[in-house]
Design a binder for this molecule. Structure first.
Ligand code: FRU
Length: 440
């Protein structure tokens, strides 16, 4: 039956049927987190792009609702965002009910245009704006790549901001009424699915920076005056691997101003009637490092309910630690927190069924094959919080300073199971948790 299939991720969102990619329109409204997403309701492959829809009260347990936006005579429904029009700037509101307004790209063989639709019933049903498109900028850029509108209300200027990927970077448009948009600026160096948000540095509300974000998880830190983003840093990335096109929730309540991101997990779901998945929701924070402020990403506190601590140890050698891990050999889903200490400037890590899920190479500045800023690679110790589900693995290094996600490779003949490796390493900390399922 539904959600009972052999390879169904057990604590990550996946759709009942069909294909998913980018998260879209992520918004918190009236006690519900809305996750829309690029969806092909009919097949396991990318096609017939529509906006799928799921809601949750805790970002962990999801209920899939009927498709929100389907292809129309203008084209298919590509990525975008939603806002709540509290001040009725567009005139769609009805009595006391503010409209939820979705901005999205319509794709057709000729071009990509920006459109809107609104909902008066918490995203369940949608009316497309009769005068779509809002923006048609193919000619201006001499490019078909104009897509993925990210809209938010800019309080100081009392106007809407749209960040839009155009050709080789992110453009900014502004509007007072959601219908008429004025081009303001453009920043090269990004590709697809923009996001732009303000974050406190080290949790200090009086010290904030803006973050400009692109689909491959690259970002720049800078300032924003409502019309132009001015970078103060180069391009960085805090996470790599299977993640792509992540987006953050908007309209969070004042009492909970967290910036929470969900990424598309580009992970094949083999032999299943559905394909690909969403990764765990993570909280993004700007923390001061010796290189300046950088994005950190940690699973939201709501994920704690998923895991039951089993046992923990300190100061083991690899042989002892591997002995303890045997209890987890047969589990299909679990979480491991560990701190490893090297005795030489070489490499060490942890493998699962022969797959290296942690590979710390202190000499070549690599974590799982990805170049990791050498300034950060000066410690003989590394800590990792590792989330293993049926088909995916997410690893958070050193408290979220860096993270990565990967497919959990299917194994034909499981031989060695969970194994620490490395020359005379010390497993300073080892904590094991079992994981619950979010499906009933
Ligand atoms: C990113 C992306 C977006 C586009 C969507 C189409 O993965 O290519 O730029 O809107 O997917 O599904």
């Amino acid at each position: 039956s539904l959600y009972k299939e052999k390879n169904r991720p057990q604590y990550h969102f996946s759709t009942r049927r069909g294909w998913i990619n980018d998260p879209n329109g992520m918004i918190f409204y009236e006690g519900e987190y809305h996750l829309f997403y690029q969806h092909n309701p009919y097949e396991r492959e990318w096609e017939n792009m529509s906006w799928g829809h799921a809601v949750s009260k805790d970002m962990i347990h999801w209920e899939e609702l009927p498709t929100a936006l389907s292809p129309d005579s203008l084209g298919t429904m590509f990525s975008g965002s939603t806002v709540i029009d509290y001040e009725n700037t567009a005139g769609f509101n009805k009595g006391n009910v503010p409209a939820m307004v979705a901005f999205f790209t319509v794709d057709n063989p000729e071009k990509q245009i920006q459109c809107m639709a609104y909902s008066l019933d918490k995203g369940r049903t949608w009316t497309k704006y009769a005068k779509n498109p809002l923006i048609d900028s193919k000619a201006k850029w001499n490019s078909k790549d104009t897509r993925d509108p990210r809209v938010f209300w800019y309080k100081p200027g009392r106007h809407w901001v749209m960040v839009l990927n155009e050709r080789d970077g992110h453009s900014i448009y502004t509007s007072k009424n959601m219908r008429d948009w004025t081009y303001q600026s453009h920043l090269t160096g990004f590709w697809e699915c923009p996001d732009l948000f303000e974050l406190p540095v080290d949790g200090d509300k009086n010290k904030t920076k803006w973050v400009m974000y692109g689909a491959s998880t690259t970002y720049m830190i800078g300032t924003f005056d409502g019309k132009t983003f001015t970078p103060e840093s180069g391009k960085h990335s805090y996470t790599t691997g299977s993640i792509y096109a992540a987006q953050t929730f908007t309209n969070m309540p004042e009492s909970d101003p967290r910036r929470i991101q969900i990424g598309w997990g580009r992970i094949p779901q083999r032999g299943m009637p559905f394909n690909h998945m969403m990764l765990l929701p993570t909280e993004l924070q700007l923390r001061t490092t010796r290189n300046g402020p950088r994005l950190f990403s940690v699973p939201v506190k709501e994920t704690a309910q998923l895991f039951t601590p089993v046992q923990q140890w300190t100061s083991l050698d690899a042989t002892e630690a591997n002995e303890k891990l045997k209890a987890f050999d047969q589990l299909e889903r679990f979480r491991i927190k560990t701190t490893l200490k090297l005795s030489h400037a070489t490499s060490a890590g942890l493998s699962l069924m022969g797959q290296r899920i942690l590979d710390y190479d202190l000499n070549s500045n690599l974590v799982n094959g990805v170049f990791y800023s050498p300034e950060n690679m000066t410690s003989m110790e590394i800590s990792a919080d590792i989330y293993v589900d049926r088909t995916s693995i997410e690893v958070f290094i050193n408290g979220g300073e860096y993270s990565y996600s990967l497919e959990r490779k299917p194994v034909a003949n499981p031989k060695e199971n969970l194994q620490f490796w490395g020359n005379r390493i010390e497993v300073k900390e080892l904590q094991l948790y079992t994981a619950k399922s979010i499906w009933k």
